[in-house]
Design a protein around this ligand. Structure first.
Ligand SMILES: NC(=O)C1=CN([C@@H]2O[C@H](COP(=O)(O)OP(=O)(O)OC[C@H]3O[C@@H](n4cnc5c(N)ncnc54)[C@H](O)[C@@H]3O)[C@@H](O)[C@H]2O)[C@@H](O)CC1
Ligand SMILES: Nc1ncnc2c1ncn2[C@@H]1O[C@H](COP(=O)(O)OP(=O)(O)O)[C@@H](O)[C@H]1O
Ligand SMILES: [K+]
Length: 514
């Protein structure tokens, strides 16, 4: 499990620890860890060229002390001072170690705009041949878009240099992962004491690269703001010797309609491979016929088409008993879809609402929606940013830029567990606990892969897994399966995949859990 704590909590824990330790101890621990990672990346230090980006705060102090350590071991280190005033003791130590200083005035003239917004050729020349950049512009104190020389300096960095960010890539909001404008793109981020949420959530996570945690002795941290399960933390139930198909859990899938049939096939397939003892499927005759043909192990029910004007509730008892419902993939957003979503939510078992089911929910009057979601059994909604945008009435771009805020708002506002899909999948429960998913690949952004996720999570719900774990574990397995499908053998470059490929790789993803 990886744990990420909010900035305020980190500061409080640091303050308590600093009060017990000689001054400067924590910064030395941080700098030692940072320098060790840089030395490892560089291989040989002798003759290597290192550039420090030094901001006005303690993040710059870490970079200066780390730079001094590398200089003492033979590296040529230059500190670009991007603020008029930088950490004085760190700077003194850096100079004493033989580091070269590019002071603020000189840096400012190097960065003075060349043609258009491109970095001036003077800055390009000055930074040419850099092997490694250490980014110490802003850490947990960074707020908003990079100001002053910071942005121009980041844009002028040589592309070929490796970049190590100190604590968090500058320009990324440590609490949320939001990026207002220019931000450092790091190969490695060396973070101190605990992870910060912005390292786990896009767009920040994509800027952080590999995250290395350095122990600085921080203790007494409260509950993390975000947790990210590792593969070892994903523990779906395993059948006991004397189990039977009913005891393992039966999942009911209601999916597909007049327009879409593929979603039903994918969702049912994933439910079957997700470890439930049985899958029941109910839909229109045409969809049922397809499911029967593709997945003969499914127990299917044809739901009678309602006559126009007939608004009687569908009879879910006719489908048989289930331990969880999945409703929505390819369902359609017409009156029939609405009646089916309402019927499942009125049941007393866990319900996962996905895809068209979510659009139906978004279209209901707020009071009706609230009453439907006010249920005792767990409810898990699995929107992508577009679906969440309809539920919250917030622009899709806003949701993608500020995932954490919006997934929390949705879970708290609707009183249910919400899994927000996308480049970072987040699962929030109404109490504010958030899980971030660490697996997956951008190749997963392919039509139908969400339907696989819903079937898989539904199967976990039917096996008695709580909504937050069902969502987080399903996302983890789904991401593992996608990686296996995209690069089936070690050393192969990832290739395009289909949702069917993800479905086919689910057994191997489960096998990786043991
Ligand atoms: N507090 C501690 O005990 C420790 C802190 N450490 C380091 O200290 C960092 C925090 O240091 P600080 O609190 O000084 O904060 P930072 O160094 O992260 O940033 C604060 C400074 O950056 C400026 N700034 C903020 N946003 C900016 C923006 N968008 N554009 C331009 N300038 C901006 C502020 O005006 C302020 O001067 C941590 O991230 C970590 O690297 C480590 O040494 C470990 C111990
Ligand atoms: N950039 C990305 N990187 C990794 N995973 C992604 C990315 N974009 C989307 N995904 C994942 O792909 C799946 C797409 O699901 P969804 O949007 O519901 O598509 P569909 O409705 O076509 O099935 C989700 O699991 C989502 O988290
Ligand atoms: K930084």
């Amino acid at each position: 499990m990886r744990y990420a704590h909010a900035v305020d909590e980190v500061r409080a824990a640091e303050a308590a620890l600093m009060a017990r330790l000689p001054e400067g101890t924590l910064m030395q621990r941080a700098a030692a860890g940072l320098a060790a990672v840089c030395a490892q990346l560089l291989g040989g230090l002798y003759g290597s060229r290192v550039l420090l980006l030094v901001g006005s705060g303690d993040n710059g102090g870490d970079a200066l002390y780390a730079g001094a350590r590398l200089a003492r071991r033979g590296a040529h280190v230059t500190a670009a001072l991007a603020a008029q005033k930088t950490h004085p003791e760190g700077l003194a130590d850096f100079r004493a170690a033989g580091g070269r200083v590019l002071d603020y005035a000189r840096l400012e003239s190097l960065l003075s705009p060349g043609e258009g917004s491109a970095p001036s050729s003077a800055a390009r020349r000055a930074f040419e041949g850099t092997d490694l950049v250490i980014d110490g512009l802003t850490g947990i104190g960074g707020r908003g878009a990079l100001r002053g020389l910071y942005g121009a300096l980041v844009r002028a960095l040589p592309e070929e240099a490796a970049v190590v960010a100190c604590d968090i890539p500058s320009g990324v909001d440590a609490d949320t992962g939001e990026v207002a404008d220019t931000a450092v793109r790091a190969d490695v981020t060396v973070t101190f004491g605990t992870l910060k949420p912005g390292l786990l959530i896009d767009p920040g996570a994509a800027h952080a690269g590999v995250v290395e945690l350095v122990d600085i002795g921080l203790t007494g941290l409260p509950e993390p703001a975000v947790i990210a399960p590792a593969t070892a933390d994903v523990r779906p139930p395993r059948p006991e010797a004397e189990t039977d198909k009913y005891r393992r859990g039966v999942v009911g899938v209601i999916a597909g309609g007049a327009r879409f049939t593929g979603a039903a096939l994918l969702s049912v397939g994933a439910a079957l491979r997700g470890g439930a003892g049985m899958v029941r499927f109910a839909s229109a005759a045409r969809v049922v016929a397809l499911v029967d043909a593709r997945w003969p192990e499914t127990v299917t029910t044809v739901l009678p088409e309602a006559a126009p004007g007939d608004d009687t509730e569908p009879d879910l008892d006719a489908v048989g008993r289930v331990q969880a419902w999945v409703v929505g993939p390819g369902l359609g957003v017409d009156a029939r879809g609405e009646r089916l979503v309402k019927a499942t939510l009125r049941s007393e078992v866990p319900v996962l609402v996905d895809a068209d089911g979510l659009t139906v929910l978004a279209g209901l009057p707020a009071g009706v929606r609230r009453a439907l979601l006010d249920r005792r059994a767990p409810t898990l909604l699995t929107p992508h940013a577009g679906e969440l945008s309809r539920l919250l009435n917030v622009g899709r771009d806003q949701i993608e830029a500020r995932r954490l805020v919006h997934v929390r708002a949705a879970a708290a506002g609707l009183g249910v567990t919400v899994l927000l899909k996308g480049s970072t999948t987040l699962v929030a429960d109404p109490g504010g606990q958030v899980r971030a998913n660490l697996t997956g690949t951008p190749w997963l952004a392919t039509a139908g892969s969400g339907d696989v996720l819903s079937g898989l999570a539904g199967a976990l719900l039917a096996q008695g897994v709580d909504a937050a774990d069902a969502g987080a574990w399903a996302a983890h397995l789904h991401g593992l399966a996608a990686r296996i499908a995209a690069a089936p053998r070690r050393g192969l470059a990832p290739a395009p995949i289909t949702a069917e490929d993800v479905l086919a790789a689910l057994p191997e993803a489960f096998a990786q859990l043991s």
